[in-house]
Write a protein that binds this ligand. Structure first.
Ligand SMILES: [Zn+2]
Length: 350
């Protein structure tokens, strides 16, 4: 849907076709036990203990060829890391972002963790990596895989785990051992809107990047914090996403030598996600933003989906009703930010 929109807008550039990641590359962040089970399930052989590894569940069902399919997603993000190492400054992976996959367990629609494989490749080449996760869900897989590593800063803004999968991402999860103070979580209140999100984002992210001094920024750009998303309760509009993506590129310039690798992530409203990622694509390539979406493209997809789509790139004004607890939500988010910075500052700044 996204590539057809970019084609209809006349801005689509032929993508690279990176190879799938190898078994050995997957094993840089996952256990042999997990990989063995995914490989067997791909051939239709089912280990009896699959559920223990998060496989064969509602979120991560098994299917023929799933090992190779998952390795293809890893391959795209890993190629991005390789390109950064060979001197390219900006890479956009129009896929990937499988941030829930853990060392020993598939989870939340994620089998292999492409982000962590790419991050490990970068750190093994001597780079300090700042990982920024704006998906509405906590970036738990990436956090836990790098939990004790001092050369990986993880920063996740998400709807609080008190209300949303995967239930983690609290401010006190801040790393262990050498990684202490290098794992930052900003859990936000349900119904957080643009202004409050941007307020805490702009206070936290540049502060942390300045203190950590990364060589490269890796960004998981999930679109499920959009107000139309059916799985979560944040209320971002495309205006906030435009600002967020501009800031990400600015922060990469200011704090990471201009090096930035961006992946997609969750996004379960087709109408919302396709416009958020079209915005990302345009800003990433320095293209002017179109106001309206091509009529033929929209009619075609409305026919296929059987429902109306927003005719403009940006959300219309007044896209959702007034939020009665707005002031309280803003206050709580500010307090969470304050608690987080007080907790991590002594570790992050030294
Ligand atoms: Zn998500």
């Amino acid at each position: 849907m996204l590539t057809s929109l970019l084609e209809a807008l006349g801005v689509w550039r032929a993508p690279l076709s990176p190879p799938e990641a190898s078994r050995e590359e997957v094993l840089t962040v996952h256990s042999e036990r997990l990989v063995k089970r995914v490989e067997a399930a791909s051939r239709g052989e089912l280990y009896p203990d699959l559920e223990h590894y998060g496989l064969g569940t509602g979120d991560t069902p098994v299917f023929p060829g799933m090992d190779r399919a998952a390795r293809f997603l890893v391959g795209g993000t890993l190629e991005g890391a390789r390109r950064i190492l060979s001197g390219e400054r900006r890479v956009l992976q129009l896929g990937g972002g499988l941030h829930h996959a853990q060392y020993d367990r598939a989870s939340g629609f994620c089998v292999y963790n492409d982000l962590s494989v790419a991050i490990r490749h970068l750190t093994r080449s001597g780079l300090r990596v700042a990982y920024l996760d704006i998906d509405v869900h906590h970036g738990d897989g990436v956090q836990w895989i790098h939990y004790e590593e001092k050369e990986v800063l993880t920063l996740s803004l998400h709807e609080s785990g008190r209300y949303l999968f995967p239930g983690t991402g609290h401010v006190h999860e801040m790393g262990r051992g050498e990684g202490l103070g290098k794992k930052l979580n900003l859990p936000l209140e349900p119904f957080t809107e643009d202004a409050s999100y941007l307020e805490v984002f702009e206070a936290l992210v540049p502060w942390a990047l300045k203190a950590f001094r990364p060589d490269v920024l890796v960004v998981q750009a999930g679109a499920d914090a959009h107000h139309l998303d059916p799985l979560a309760d944040l209320l971002l509009t495309t205006r906030a996403y435009e600002r967020l993506f501009r800031l990400v590129l600015e922060y990469a310039e200011a704090y990471a030598g201009g090096r930035v690798l961006v992946t997609l992530g969750g996004g379960y409203s087709l109408d919302g996600a396709v416009r958020v990622w079209a915005l990302l694509y345009h800003l990433f390539h320095g293209l002017p933003l179109p106001e309206r979406l091509p009529e033929g493209w929209r009619k075609g997809w409305e026919g296929r989906l059987g429902k109306p789509l927003t005719p403009t790139l940006h959300d219309p004004e007044g896209a959702y009703p007034e939020i009665p607890r707005r002031g309280e939500i803003e206050k709580r988010n500010r307090l969470t930010l304050q608690r987080l910075t007080e907790l991590v500052a002594p570790h992050l700044l030294h």
